[in-house]
Design a protein around this ligand. Structure first.
Ligand SMILES: Nc1nc2c(c(=O)[nH]1)N[C@H]1C(S)=C(S)[C@@H](COP(=O)(O)OP(=O)(O)OC[C@H]3O[C@@H](n4cnc5c(=O)[nH]c(N)nc54)[C@H](O)[C@@H]3O)O[C@H]1N2
Ligand SMILES: Nc1nc2c(c(=O)[nH]1)N[C@H]1C(S)=C(S)[C@@H](COP(=O)(O)OP(=O)(O)OC[C@H]3O[C@@H](n4cnc5c(=O)[nH]c(N)nc54)[C@H](O)[C@@H]3O)O[C@H]1N2
Ligand SMILES: [Mo]
Length: 767
């Protein structure tokens, strides 16, 4: 029960209660959370920050000249308009585009994390709106998170969700694992977050319990802090994007020393012999031994063979982080990690085998709820066109162009209007200078936003939306037992409206209000969505408080299913009765389907495919652009905690002393990161926690071009996506490759440009 005056609410980074004390919003994590985090503390200062959007705005060039390609997007002025005017303009534009092009005229993929409430979930809202009023939209498939895995895992073992979320549990790690080899680690900064909300952060405790029991943790990665101190891990510092070579060399040692589990391979896998031919060098003349891998990975050969010998004969767990596949040939480490685990024969045993992305989010390794969580039905999309999500700039720059994907030759759709609600492409996409060119091609860009993100600053119609604290909702996810009443804590900022209210008003103008709303107000929808959970509980004979009691109590605890080890446990216990959903029903070490596609960049078994993006010449350092610890992506970058952790107003880039010294860089210096694609500033932190040759700059600092009229302006704030490469993982998955790139870093000696990321764009007088 929250204390008096405090009311419950929920965010992707924690359940909390909040109240007002002396005019300040005070946010307190849920008392049941053993390990809450400070991301919650971004809320108070974000509420009334100048970066909030207060009124509907239309870009001047669009208002004056109508829809069309325009290179002033990103540097134009805005005209404040009334809600009625904005909605009339937008409804007319949606009509114009769909009358001319049908639903294929609108790109409504609208990728992004939005907020935790299940009703006001912006992506669900925009999809529902486009489906019910205009018949659909061009959508996107897969995610920036797991673009390569989303496609490769179903071919070789099973759906990503099963292999990441419903597989090895934290309870089993704490109780059973004896050695955990964590590729990319399991950083606690990442498991702070879970879509839909999270009431208990258990990862630190689970790793601590395992380590105290004697479980050994080995971190493979370029950063020392990707496992918590409590795991007492050994750090095997590796050159980025070379894990597949290390995994192959471990496999080589196991195979040549007869340490691999032949019985497991025979019973549960297909294609071992074909792969073994490659591993041992029979097919290409190159044994993938430790001596071969040492110069590729930067890990001495003896360390590799010694590690391989420690793995067999015990409950071993191989984990592979999302990050490894957000890179060129990202399919390979995901696949090779699975093969390595198969060779060790522990797949399907408690705390053993293979876990993809364990700890990447607080959804993984947990029990599933036994009742369905609340979700807004999205209706039917009658437009069949889609893109793999990270191909957005390709599509906009090359409509109708050919590309390959998962065995198909496809053509890019040619949408005219792009609609974004609940995501920030200037956060999530790569090569932002290219994205700027792409967004300049569209006829109309519509954005619903809380704040003036760079995406909003490129939009033609900008509609201000409420943030989560300004409306009521229900927080719930499939893996957290609490369903949370998210109370409204404050009135909306300026004229901001809920996404739902905006879509309702647009639907009315398009003659489809009843279809979109089903006659329900927002509160009635909450009651309706809650009613489904309540009915599920009743059907199970469980206590099911009515909506009013739930709302007053602030939370209810949902029943959870047993930890049953998911499809891999079932498969281990009965490979014939519970085959995997792959073509062979088994783990595919060699995959006929993938081999049949004939892709040199993703052959029929895991292989070492050297990346193109390697440090050399003018870009001699690797850059790791990973998830930020102080916020979720770009959300509330203007909030208190995110702002406090910046230095000199800029995002912090970490660099090893051996790389800092020859460049004359001292701790606290402002530095310039640069490669052929762009440049940004950051503040240097000199530390031995990063591998020499590697610098790290997390994502999420809002894009802040010094002179947006330039083709490649300097981002003065530290958004690494001005530097990253916009190319797919391979023709198989076309996933995002934003995690790893190459750069040069120099000390920045010119006058420091001001940060304007949070200052609203220029506006002209209201109409
Ligand atoms: N270089 C590089 N790039 C990456 C990654 C990487 O590792 N390296 N990681 C990638 C990954 S894994 C992901 S998932 C993406 C994340 O990319 P995004 O999901 O696009 O990032 P967010 O900052 O969460 O964007 C959510 C936006 O929704 C807005 N918002 C929040 N609530 C509401 C609401 O109720 N209504 C509306 N209309 N808007 C709302 C927020 O203000 C914010 O601007 O980034 C990817 N980009
Ligand atoms: N605090 C916070 N938590 C988050 C998010 C956030 O924005 N903020 N985003 C959430 C989302 S949407 C997702 S999808 C997940 C993403 O989960 P991940 O993609 O796993 O997270 P990252 O932090 O990008 O990467 C994890 C670590 O992988 C290491 N790494 C990078 N390249 C390599 C490599 O080539 N080899 C090896 N061995 N290691 C490498 C880096 O050191 C990095 O710190 O995180 C989630 N958690
Ligand atoms: Mo993600």
């Amino acid at each position: 029960m929250p204390e008096t005056g405090f009311r419950t609410h929920s965010a992707h980074w924690g359940v909390f209660s909040a109240g007002w004390q002396e005019g300040e919003l005070v946010v307190r994590p849920h008392p049941g959370d053993p390990d809450p985090n400070l991301i919650l503390q971004n809320f108070p200062k974000a509420l009334r920050h100048e970066a909030r959007i207060a009124r509907p705005m239309v870009r001047r060039g669009w208002l004056e000249r109508g829809p069309g390609a325009d290179d002033r997007r990103g540097r134009d002025e805005y005209v404040p308009v009334s809600w009625d005017r904005a909605l009339d303009l937008l409804a007319a534009e949606l009509k114009r585009v769909t009358e001319a092009h049908g639903p294929a005229g609108i790109f409504g993929g609208s990728y992004g994390w939005s907020s935790a409430g299940r009703f006001h979930h912006a992506q669900s809202q925009v999809h529902r709106f486009l489906n019910f009023t205009l018949g659909g939209y061009v959508r996107s498939v897969n995610s920036y998170s797991a673009g390569a895995s989303n496609v490769v895992l179903p071919h070789i073992v099973g759906p990503t969700e099963d292999i990441s979320r419903r597989n090895v549990s934290w309870e089993a790690v704490a109780a059973h694992s004896e050695i955990v080899l964590a590729f990319g680690g399991m950083a606690l900064k990442n498991s702070m977050v879970a879509g839909g909300g999270i009431s208990r952060h258990i990862e630190r405790g689970a790793m601590q319990a395992a380590a105290e029991r004697g479980c050994e943790f080995i971190l493979v990665g370029p950063l020392r802090d990707d496992l918590p101190e409590e795991a007492r891990a050994e750090w095997l510092s590796i050159i980025p994007n070379t894990d597949t070579a290390l995994m192959l060399a471990l496999a080589h040692t196991l195979a040549t020393e007869g340490l691999h589990d032949r019985a497991f391979l025979a019973r549960y896998t297909v294609g071992w012999e074909r792969f073994e031919g490659y591993l041992l060098g029979r097919s290409d003349g190159q044994p993938k031994d430790a001596a071969w891998a040492a110069p590729i990975t930067g890990i001495p050969a003896e360390a590799i063979t010694a590690l391989a010998r420690r793995l067999p004969g015990k409950r071993s767990l191989i984990t592979v982080a999302h990050s490894l596949q957000r890179a060129e040939h990202g399919e390979q480490p995901v696949w090779m990690g699975l093969v390595l685990a198969a060779m060790l024969g522990q797949i399907g045993l408690p705390g053993g085998g293979y876990a993809y992305a364990l700890g990447a989010l607080a959804h993984t390794g947990r029990r599933q709820n036994a009742v369905s969580p609340a979700a807004l039905p999205q209706g039917r999309n009658r437009c069949g066109e889609f893109i793999p999500v990270a191909r957005i700039a390709d599509m906009l720059l090359n409509p109708g162009g050919e590309y390959e994907y998962n065995g198909e030759k496809r053509r890019y759709p040619a949408p005219k209007l792009v609609y974004w609600a609940g995501g920030n492409p200037f956060h999530h996409h790569q090569d932002l200078n290219r994205l700027r060119r792409a967004f300049r091609q569209v006829e109309t860009l519509v954005v619903h936003e809380i704040g003036w993100t760079a995406t909003a600053r490129h939009a033609d119609i900008v509609l201000p939306v409420t943030m989560t604290l300004e409306r009521e909702d229900i927080g719930s996810s499939q893996t957290d037992p609490l369903m949370v009443a998210m109370h409204k804590l404050v009135e909306p900022h300026g004229e901001a409206r809920d996404d739902y209210a905006i879509f309702t008003a647009l639907a009315a103008r398009l003659g489809k209000e009843a279809e979109f709303t089903e006659g329900r107000s927002a509160r009635e929808w909450l009651r309706h969505l809650y009613g489904k959970t309540q009915a599920d509980l009743l059907a199970k004979g469980l206590p099911a408080p009515d909506f009013e009691s739930f709302w007053e109590a602030g939370e209810i605890t949902l029943p959870q299913a047993e930890d049953d080890g998911g499809i891999l446990r079932a498969f281990r216990e009965d490979p014939e009765g519970a085959p995997l959903p792959t073509r062979s029903g088994r783990i595919e070490i060699f995959c006929e389907t993938i081999a049949g596609f004939g892709y040199a960049d993703c052959p029929g078994h895991p292989a070492w495919l050297p990346p193109q993006e390697v440090p050399e010449g003018k870009a001699p350092l690797h850059l790791i652009a990973n998830q930020p610890a102080t916020r979720l992506h770009s959300q509330f970058d203007f909030g208190g905690h995110s702002a406090e952790k910046k230095r000199r107003g800029r995002e912090v880039m970490r660099i090893h002393p051996l790389d800092a010294a020859p460049r004359g860089i001292a701790d606290g210096d402002v530095v310039r990161l640069e490669n052929g694609r762009g440049a940004c500033l950051a503040t240097a932190e000199v530390t031995e926690a990063v591998r020499p040759g590697v610098v790290q700059l997390p994502t999420g600092a809002w894009y802040d071009p010094e002179d947006p009229a330039e083709e490649k302006p300097l981002c003065v704030h530290g958004n690494p996506n001005v530097l990253t490469r916009d190319a797919g993982t391979s023709r198989l998955a076309q996933g995002c490759t934003g995690q790893i790139t190459v750069v040069e870093v120099t000390r920045f000696t010119a006058n420091l440009p001001p940060i304007r990321a949070f200052t609203p764009p220029d506006r002209v007088a209201a109409e």
